[in-house]
Design a protein around this ligand. Structure first.
Ligand SMILES: *Cc1c(COP(=O)(O)O)cnc(C)c1O
Length: 365
């Protein structure tokens, strides 16, 4: 009948038939004891990583532990039992810690949100795993084509602009090292994700006054092109008694917008590096011309090989230039054909960045 109002049947509340044998309980206790999750209601308190809900006869606590949400029902004077449910921990943690701790929110909303977040997390995890497998497969194929050992090429996932929560998922997908081009973003992420022991590579230009931050957390620096920065890094590293793997950045395209030393400046620069004993020189890094014309990128990579060859002959003893950090999402296979040992790949793993490179990355302005 058009226009009729459908009235949903009123749900009958079932009387509780059986009480758990363990304890003797009243009716309300028996009803709630049979339900693993609490029925919709209101949260009465939120703590940094626990939800606590007081029922008439017991307390339900949701606590985050090892990527799981642990649900505990505490009956005063009775034993406790626990049920583990997997959820997207980090999201929950963020939600709660950023929220107003005294705010009341419907419990049912929390449960629904957790379910959605858990599903989203799984989807993201699978996508990153799939992309990683594709990139790794293409690296291996490029190695085969060039007659190289696939183990001679390291994939450095580039995580700039990817939020920290997603990097937690990327870590679970197998990204144990991450590259960032901006020191501040890198440092912030290294703090937020400090529990994961990620190896951080700073792959972008560094100002001398920021060297102290890099020395604190980075494992590797790919963009050394100034002796001032080398001196400052060395000073800070000496204080902490650590060393740092370093790549010298070369401007192989000759574009004025790019950082890095011009190929004919590299020799004199490298001669000074033995003065900075906490820098472990590994090799050279470059950004090729970003162009759909692959031959122009190839010229850049070939130039790097020539510089590497020159340094092998002429560089001071004790410095090694075996590594070549070159190749990104658009040109890593080409770079491998021309000798790359580290490829820095972002978008092919994490998807396209929302804004053009020039926005995040002045070098491509
Ligand atoms: C962003 C960036 C990359 C990765 O570029 P994608 O296009 O995301 O693969 C590589 N190297 C440097 C220095 C970068 O800043």
């Amino acid at each position: 009948m058009p226009g009729a109002v459908v009235v949903a049947p009123v749900k009958r509340v079932r009387a509780c038939a059986r009480a758990p044998a363990r304890t003797r309980m009243g009716g309300a206790e028996r009803r709630s004891a049979r339900r693993p999750w609490c029925p919709p209601g209101r949260l009465i308190a939120m703590r940094s990583c626990a939800l606590r809900r007081e029922r008439r006869d017991h307390v339900v606590e949701h606590r985050l532990l090892d990527g799981r949400c642990q649900v505990r029902r505490l009956h005063p004077g009775v034993d406790h039992h626990e049920k583990k449910v997997s959820v997207a921990t980090i999201m929950l943690e963020n939600d709660i810690s950023s929220g107003n701790q005294d705010e009341l929110i419907p419990y049912s909303t929390v449960g629904k949100k957790l379910g959605q977040e858990m599903q989203q997390r799984d989807e993201q995890l699978n996508k990153i795993k799939e992309h990683l497998a594709i990139v790794r497969g293409r690296i291996d194929a490029a190695c085969q084509k060039a007659g190289r050992d696939p183990y001679s090429v390291r994939l450095l996932p580039v995580t700039k602009t990817v939020p920290a929560e997603q990097l937690r998922i990327a870590h679970a997908a197998g990204c144990l090292e991450m590259g960032e081009n901006k020191i501040q973003e890198a440092h912030e992420k290294s703090v937020v994700l400090g529990d994961l022991n990620i190896k951080w590579s700073v792959i972008g230009h560094l100002q001398t006054n920021k060297a102290k931050y890099l020395a604190r957390f980075a494992n590797e620096f790919h963009a050394l092109d100034s002796l001032k920065v080398a001196a400052e890094l060395d000073k800070r590293l000496q204080i902490d008694g650590r060393s740092l793997d370093v790549f010298v950045q070369v401007n192989s395209s000759g574009e004025a917008s790019k950082f890095g030393l011009l190929p004919d400046e590299v020799g004199a620069f490298v001669d000074q590096l033995p003065n900075y004993s906490s820098l472990r020189i590994k090799g050279l890094m470059t950004l090729a011309v970003l162009s759909t014309d692959h031959e122009r990128a190839r010229e850049c990579f070939l130039k790097m090989r020539a510089v590497q060859e020159m340094l092998r002959q002429e560089a001071p003893d004790g410095l090694s230039f075996d590594e070549l950090s070159m190749g990104m999402s658009g040109d890593y296979e080409l770079a491998i054909e021309e000798g790359a040992t580290v490829v820095r790949v972002g978008q092919a793993i994490f998807g396209k960045r929302p804004l053009p490179d020039s926005h995040y990355w002045p070098e491509f302005g």
